[in-house]
Write a protein of this length. Sequence first.
Length: 87
Amino acid sequence: MVQGMAFLSKKGFNPQNQSNRKQVWEAQQASKQEKERLRKRQEQLKREQEEEELQRVTRGDIGGSQAQLRFMYDAPPGMNQKKDEDG
């Protein structure tokens, strides 16, 4: 029976065929490289977003710590009116 199945080793779907193993290995390596490339790209995007957010916060474009504490450094609401009346 093994002799009758020898033709299968020459078929394109046989996993014992060396060229098929090579194709499968190459496909696996390409898949690994693609996954690694995507992972690195996602890390890079995340890093860039964090840097942009940090820059926005330090400039005061969004509600960062500067915007939250600004009331401490501004004059009280009635202070400007008293100066105008006194002067």
